[in-house]
Design a protein around this ligand. Structure first.
Ligand code: AVJ
Length: 328
């Protein structure tokens, strides 16, 4: 039986443009200045992120991979899933562990990969296609962020017996209210008995967490500044990208890492595509990302509040990163 491949695009260039304009008007139209992290991921940004995942300081990716290596066969056993639906699949690297385990278990039929970056998604699926010849593939370019969680998740196709996967700690990019909507939307999407697999960074010592977002080689700094290049390219902005310093800090109250770009001097930046003029004083920042870290018990409770019942949890020996399997 030949396998099938399907590719759906639910972000038209026009929608993307409109969303970008709105985010810039909201985030840079008044102080304190912010930009949502999803705009990091043009093709340059996606490549820089892949480089980040190999850095000594950036422990989440390799830690999550080690945890997954230890638990994927248990996950296959516990879920018997026929379909893996992955949100924010990026390069799909770690997902292979899961696909391998479900294939070995004999239940895997379909892999659905969703991402906001079409370039990353297409590249990843071309590799997956070669390495998983017996698996039906379905890629979905969509945006599940901000106001449109339900829309974003409702694009996901309803194949049998799904395992919805959200890895990498990307859940940390959502602030608590967004997270609540998102978990609600996940639960609404799933049928009773289907599963969610969630990877989440845990709260550890501040030095280690902050260093993960401020590597010595400056790759994260380049990744951070790239969002300004995206604004320049897509909205005709005139950010002087190299006049911004990269900042990583731990907000203990909100339990999240923040990344900022700090202006080295007074600046006036035109963003004609969004009709915005941004005045920055020397030292003033644009917050470009929050990356929440969790107390495991609090995260389990948050999921339970949305009828997502955690059945199994795995973590690395230093409790830096957890993988949770919840049942809808
Ligand atoms: C892709 C959102 C999981 O928050 O750790 C890495 C993004 N930002 N270094 C994270 C990121 C700076 C990453 N996520």
């Amino acid at each position: 039986v030949p396998t099938t491949q399907r590719h759906d695009v639910h972000i038209e260039p026009h929608d993307r443009e409109r969303a970008l304009i709105k985010d810039v008007q909201d985030g840079l139209g008044s102080r304190p200045y912010t930009l949502p992290p999803k705009w990091f991921y043009d093709s340059t940004g996606s490549e820089l992120f892949d480089q980040i995942t190999t850095l000594a300081e950036y422990y989440p990716t390799r830690t999550e991979r080690a945890v997954l290596e230890s638990c994927v066969s248990d996950i296959a056993e516990a879920t018997g899933a026929h379909t893996v639906v992955e949100l924010g699949s990026g390069s799909s690297e770690k997902t292979r562990l899961l696909l391998d385990a479900l294939q070995a278990h004999g239940t895997l039929r379909t892999y659905v990969a969703q991402d906001v970056s079409e370039s990353a998604l297409t590249a990843a699926m071309n590799h997956i296609m070669v390495d998983y010849p017996g698996v039906d593939l379905h890629s979905v370019v969509s945006d599940f962020s901000a106001a449109n969680y339900r829309d974003g998740l409702h694009w996901l196709p309803d194949y049998p017996h799904r395992l919805l996967v959200f890895l990498g700690g990307t859940i940390g990019n959502l602030v608590p209210a967004e997270r609540a909507h998102f978990f609600g939307a996940m639960r609404e999407l799933l049928h009773d008995g289907e599963h969610v697999l969630l990877g989440a960074g845990l709260i550890i010592d501040e030095t280690t967490m902050v260093a993960a977002y401020d590597d010595a080689r400056g790759v994260t700094a380049d990744f951070n500044r790239n969002v300004l290049s995206v604004m320049n390219a897509e909205l005709g902005a005139d950010f002087d990208v190299h006049e911004f310093d990269h900042v990583s800090l731990w907000d203990a109250e909100n339990q999240w890492i923040e990344m900022h770009l700090r202006a080295r001097k007074d600046m006036t930046v035109q963003v004609p595509g969004a009709g915005v003029v941004v005045n920055l004083e020397a030292g003033e920042t644009i917050r470009t990302e929050v990356s929440a870290k969790f107390e495991l018990s609090a995260l389990v409770e948050e999921l339970a509040a949305h009828q997502l019942h955690v059945r199994l949890v795995w973590q690395d020996p230093d409790s830096r990163f957890a993988v949770l399997l919840a049942e809808a």
